[in-house]
Ligand binder design. Structure first.
Ligand SMILES: CC(C)(COP(=O)(O)OP(=O)(O)OC[C@H]1O[C@@H](n2cnc3c(N)ncnc32)[C@H](O)[C@@H]1OP(=O)(O)O)[C@@H](O)C(=O)NCCC(=O)NCCS
Length: 341
């Protein structure tokens, strides 16, 4: 195993690598080569082009490349979260012509050794997968939680008109505190400011029953509700919503729309929904959509992650009421964990 860039990578024991891979820390200059091998990733919904520069600047993250004969053939990012206990693996990809040869396995093991050598307190690896996991995977991983994935697409301008009819104006600028209402409809959802987020997620136990296995899964990243993680989350552009600040039963986190490589003027919207109430989930979904389609022009791929039993009725609602196109049938997002040796 040849290790490049010894200034930033600690000296790990040299081990023979049958694949002849060289590992290095990714830099700005590698961007084009990484994009060239990422053409087919996530059906065009790759977040890496948007996130790459930020990732390189994050102090708790390392982006590692594997090269073969000098050419980039794989990437993985590792991020230390949960007060230093968890190594989060993200962005894993291997160039199409190099798949099925064990490259991902080598890279995962290298990154694990690297993180452990720099952060001996790391105990577990966590990752989020949306492929079908089999018995072999569950010998390796513990399941932390799973969410159904609902992927729909629409033109922002078309949906905007429909949403104006479906979402009352008073719900558009959802208040930062609960409003009392005498109508039979549930009161409008509440948008949380950083103080309210901090209070609700960190100083009370109110979200424990709402979050799946006490985990905030935001845009594929699983976080334990801890102050150190909240500092990471609060730096991101996210809308945080709950149905009620005193007795929350439904909560959601929505990214601001960002461009994805599927085509020009294509945006991605990621909504993580926690809780089991369909009416409240629908209400928050509509509210997020209306907030973000107000000024957007172009196509939107909207991916919502929700409690599996809510998938079917939410998919019916999307097709019949919103008249948006369902991109794929039911798939799952699994957050899994294994011990770091
Ligand atoms: C998934 C992918 C990275 C696998 O790469 P590969 O080099 O063909 O995989 P390998 O030949 O090393 O064999 C699979 C190994 O990778 C692991 N693996 C496969 N898919 C994985 C995933 N999505 N996340 C983490 N590990 C994965 C397997 O558990 C196995 O590990 P093991 O050696 O400890 O048993 C590759 O097919 C790819 O780039 N796909 C497109 C991008 C993608 O879907 N990435 C996953 C993001 S969740």
């Amino acid at each position: 195993m040849k290790i490049e860039n010894s200034l930033t990578l600690p000296q790990l024991p040299e081990a023979p690598s049958p694949t002849g891979l060289q590992f290095s820390v990714a830099t700005e200059e590698d961007f084009d080569e990484i994009m060239a091998m990422s053409q087919d990733i996530y059906g065009g919904l790759d977040y890496l082009p948007t996130r790459y520069t930020t990732w390189l600047q994050e102090s708790n993250r390392t982006v590692i490349l594997a090269r073969k004969q000098g050419k980039v053939i794989a990437l993985e990012s590792v991020c230390v979260i949960d007060d230093g206990e968890t190594m989060l693996v993200e962005g894993l990809r291997v160039a199409p012509q190099e798949r099925g040869k064990g490259v991902a396995g080598h890279l995962l093991r290298f990154c694990s050794q690297l993180v452990k050598s720099k952060n001996p307190e790391v105990k577990v690896t966590r990752l989020t997968r949306d492929d079908q996991l089999g018995p072999k995977d569950f010998q390796k991983y513990r399941l932390i939680t799973k969410q159904g994935i609902l992927l729909v697409r629409f033109r922002a301008e078309d949906l905007k008109l429909r949403l104006t009819e479906l979402v009352p104006d008073e719900e558009l600028n959802c208040s930062s505190s609960s409003s009392s209402s005498s109508s039979p409809q549930p009161p409008p959802p509440v948008c949380l400011d950083p103080i309210a987020i901090h209070h609700l997620y960190l100083t009370t136990d109110l979200m424990r029953g709402v979050l799946p296995n006490a985990t905030i899964v935001q845009d594929w990243q699983p976080f334990k509700p801890l102050p150190s993680n909240m500092a990471i989350l609060l730096k991101k552009e996210i809308d945080w919503m709950v149905n009620d600040v005193t007795t929350p039963t439904m909560a959601s986190l929505c990214t601001f729309p960002f461009r994805v490589p599927i085509g020009d003027d294509w945006y991605y919207l990621n909504i993580d929904m926690f809780g089991k109430d369909l009416a409240l989930a629908r209400q928050q979904f509509l509210c997020h959509l209306r907030r973000h389609t107000a000024s957007l022009k172009g196509h939107v791929m909207c991916q919502m992650f929700l409690d599996p039993p809510l998938w079917k009725p939410m998919a019916d609602f999307c097709r019949q009421t919103l008249q948006v196109e369902l991109v794929k049938e039911y798939t799952e997002q699994c957050v899994v964990e294994s011990d770091v040796m």
